[in-house]
Design a protein around this ligand. Sequence first.
Ligand SMILES: NC(=O)c1ccc[n+]([C@@H]2O[C@H](COP(=O)([O-])OP(=O)(O)OC[C@H]3O[C@@H](n4cnc5c(N)ncnc54)[C@H](OP(=O)(O)O)[C@@H]3O)[C@@H](O)[C@H]2O)c1
Length: 323
Amino acid sequence: MVKAIRVHRTGGPEVMSLEDVSLEAPGPGMVSIANRAIGLNYIDTYHRSGLYPLPLPTGIGMEAAGVVEAVGDGADLEVGDRVAYCSAGFGAYSEAINLPASRLVKMPDGIDFEQAAAALLKGQTVEYLLQRTYPLKPGETCLFHAAAGGVGLIFGQWARSIGATVIGTVGSDEKAALALAHGYHHVINYRSENVVERVREITAGAGVPVVYDGVGRDTFDMSLDCLQPRGLMVSFGNASGAPEPLDLAVLANKGSLFLTRPTLLTYTAGTDELRQSSRDLFSRVLSGDIRIEVNQRYGLADVQQAHRDLEGRATTGSSVLLP
Ligand SMILES: NC(=O)c1ccc[n+]([C@@H]2O[C@H](COP(=O)([O-])OP(=O)(O)OC[C@H]3O[C@@H](n4cnc5c(N)ncnc54)[C@H](OP(=O)(O)O)[C@@H]3O)[C@@H](O)[C@H]2O)c1
């Protein structure tokens, strides 16, 4: 038996409970992993609340790093391998789990379990957003919301290292200071400043070619207003709720805008792109271009508090659960 967080009905943080579950020997192509650090991600709150429905009852959590403890037939890993995952299945909030070997990445020397669990999902997201959804070029300016969050602190550092000018938005002055220390050239506090006016000011009236918007409902319209004609709106999350349905004429009226709603799962669907994306991320962490900030740590039994903190905007950078 292993301890795992289970969800029997959707709702608030209280629907998550710590239970004993049995762990079978891994089947063909699968391995058992003893999780050493588990990544907390906003998507976990959508699975818990039912915004993104999962068949119930279910395990929860997508990301962790740990050690391979048992190997099923045909799985290309060995007992003792250090691995991380973030798109292999649900149930990472657990002491141990069985997952397909093809969806795991080996951790390079020099990366520890906490770093990997704090970085993989968020960092691979940054990788595809700024290299593949809208390939950001040196000298271009971009806008990113929730700049002091888990994805946000990685985004600022990575985008600056490309040579882009990075504008971020945040919900407090403390978060503004943190974002400025993690790559952002300009940070706007959207509680006290007008984001559209400030972005127009910074870009000499032009607007930005791309907005990466993981906040959703509260920022969607202002994001469109920050774009230059034929700019790209990348709506990749719903921290404030899902954006309202859109009348396509709005995209025409605001300057022939483009809109995409990407997911990490689509951008790392193939094993090769999954591994390439993680290699790219880890090499930037190892070179020192990207520092991973683990600013909150919780025991597995404190998962309800972890979700309250994340949804209550009380966290910065990454959070991990320690089993
Ligand atoms: N599509 C994908 O592939 C993908 C992959 C990974 C993550 N995501 C999305 O990226 C976003 C960031 O994820 P994360 O795990 O790094 O979370 P996070 O940014 O650490 O936390 C969310 C942040 O959103 C901001 N926010 C604005 N309005 C909010 C509201 N009403 N309630 C709660 N927070 C609000 C808060 O920052 P302020 O206080 O500064 O406003 C908060 O700290 C999420 O929307 C997530 O779903 C998408």
